[in-house]
Design a protein around this ligand. Structure first.
Ligand code: SAM
Length: 234
């Protein structure tokens, strides 16, 4: 169970995000369901309510502070796991059109039940990003793609940028420590441009949110298969 409504409001307010009572109730149910489900299926190492609030919910919602997401934009969350960052994002921005993709079916099953319970509309995809972004119906079809804690930036860009239409943006949520320079080559090859690197603190943790704008089509040979990506990152 999350801390009470007033406490959660003041925590969100520290990050300049407003929280309504309806949103609070959804976050509370999400936290309960996550902790309960996590006992049978491994979803997260973060299970203390205060930490779920900050490290999962607020961290995810902070996307809205760094990038404008126009009304009814489409967004695909690649390697979404237990729904981060996109499910908290949808709770505060229910107008967005959400697609959740993960290679582990047990996480997709969790997300289907969660979204059912929270009355969130979404498309669910069980599969690998490198397979689905090659398919006509998913390639360059989204206004935004996003990912948190899935891979290092050059690999992640190969997985996520092909989903984005020219003019759209791939949003990468990162912790500290990764040298971003090696990703420049991948970003250019894949049709992107690093538009911004936003640094901020989440409690005592350093975070970065990187926005990669899609400026031209991704060459058809990308993404390569997972073995090739692993063996020879761009
Ligand atoms: N984004 C979530 C978060 O921040 O809590 C989950 C992060 S978890 C460390 C990484 C997730 O990415 C896992 O659920 C894994 O199954 C998924 N994943 C890794 N590689 C993938 C790929 N190539 N395509 C789709 N999902 C992938």
């Amino acid at each position: 169970m999350l801390p009470d409504f007033e406490l959660c409001c003041s925590k969100f307010a520290e990050y300049k995000i407003e929280l309504t009572e309806i949103q609070y109730r959804k976050f509370d149910k999400y936290a309960d369901f996550l902790v309960e489900y996590n006992q049978k299926v491994n979803l997260t190492a973060i299970t203390a309510p205060d930490e779920i609030l900050v490290k999962h919910f607020i961290d995810s919602c902070l996307v809205t502070k760094f990038i404008d997401l126009p009304e009814k934009s489409s967004i695909i969350d690649v390697g979404t796991g237990a729904g981060f960052p996109s499910v908290p994002l949808i709770i505060i921005r229910p107008d967005l059109k959400l697609t959740l993709l993960d290679s582990l079916n047990k996480r997709i099953v969790f997300l289907q039940q969660l979204c059912d319970m929270l009355e969130i509309e979404a498309e669910f995809i069980h599969g690998r990003a490198e397979d689905f972004s090659k398919m006509h119906e998913f390639r360059e079809k989204f206004d935004f793609s996003c990912a948190r804690a899935v891979a290092e930036l050059s690999t992640l860009t190969e997985l996520c940028l092909p989903f984005v239409r020219v003019g759209g943006t791939f949003i990468s949520l990162k912790g500290p420590g990764e040298d971003l320079d090696p990703a420049n080559n991948a970003v250019t090859i894949l049709g992107g441009k690093i538009a911004s690197v936003n640094e901020y603190s989440l409690e005592k943790d350093e975070r970065r949110l990187i926005c990669i704008e899609k400026i031209s089509q991704t060459p058809p040979k990308y993404p390569r298969n997972s073995a090739q990506i692993k063996k020879k990152p761009l």
